[in-house]
Design a protein around this ligand. Structure first.
Ligand SMILES: Nc1ncnc2c1ncn2[C@@H]1O[C@H](COP(=O)(O)OP(=O)(O)OP(=O)(O)O)[C@@H](O)[C@H]1O
Length: 250
């Protein structure tokens, strides 16, 4: 099992962002998190990504309880989880290869980090090139990152995630800043890679059409609670409408 959530809840101070979420996500699944703004998608991704410890219930990721781990084992667990944040988190004024190699930094000790930053080995460069190729922009290896289009930068973020050799990829709204064609390409890329590499993929996404087109399983959140957890084939238009409507009326 990749993710096991049991009566998970989270409060920011007095504010309850998530409540009573129980679900399992198997290794290699592709799951979309959907729901209106503020329903708790990012909070859920942060909890699964072990960036926060829940205030209620439990999170088990790759058969481990983050709350029970010491710094070293928590770090090891985090190596296995790649995160693609909403604004990608790329360093803009360096070459693309640098950003891809940054995906490996968490695994390296201090000396290797310095060595890799100054003179990446031939093998490291080759791997970065291969991953960029898989993301469709191999020729951009030595371009400056901020000279790339938004869609190309997304692909750099995907290559950086893959460089980490993760068991899980978490992507928070990876397509909110690009046009619909690029959004579709990006989601297709993530889904294809997840299938080929058997990486569990969990994506929060505002675009319901894309979610329904590409993801076999959709989890709907409404006001911090589970509205549905459904195979796409069993999800009705009515359920999707209600997800957004109810929150709006509340
Ligand atoms: N650091 C924080 N401190 C206090 N409240 C927070 C914090 N982060 C999020 N919240 C609140 O928790 C709730 C859930 O937020 P979250 O960002 O998880 O929602 P979301 O579904 O990802 O929203 P969006 O789609 O707009 O990104 C919201 O009401 C938000 O205002």
């Amino acid at each position: 099992m990749s993710v096991h959530l049991k009566q998970l809840g989270h409060r920011y101070g007095e504010h309850r962002a998530l409540h009573d979420i129980s679900l399992d996500i198997k290794a290699g699944e592709q799951v979309a998190l959907i729901g209106p703004s503020g329903c708790g998608k990012t909070t859920l991704l942060r909890l699964i990504g072990t960036q926060m410890i829940p205030t209620e219930g439990s999170v088990e990721v790759l058969s481990q309880h983050p709350a029970e781990l010491n710094t070293h084992t928590l770090r090891q667990l985090r190596h296995q989880i790649a995160t693609i944040p909403q604004h990608l988190g790329l360093v803009p004024n360096v070459r693309v290869i640098r950003n891809v190699l940054n995906g490996g930094l968490g695994k390296l000790g201090l000396m290797d980090t310095v060595r890799q930053s100054l003179t990446p080995s031939r093998q490291e460069r080759q791997m970065a090139h291969e991953l960029l190729d898989r993301a469709g922009i191999g020729e951009k290896l030595y371009d400056r990152t901020d000279s790339l289009s938004g869609g190309q930068q997304q692909r750099v973020a995907v290559a950086r995630a893959l460089y980490q050799k993760p068991s899980i990829i978490l992507a928070d709204e990876p397509v909110s800043a690009v046009d619909p064609m690029r959004a579709r390409d990006m989601i297709r890329l993530l889904i294809d890679l997840s299938k080929q590499e058997e990486i569990t993929l969990i994506v929060s996404i505002h675009n319901l059409e894309l979610a329904r087109e590409f993801f076999p399983r959709l989890i709907g959140l409404r006001a911090g609670q589970l509205a549905f957890d459904s195979a796409v084939s069993e999800l009705s238009d009515e359920q999707c409408r209600a997800l957004y409507q109810l929150d709006h009326d509340a």
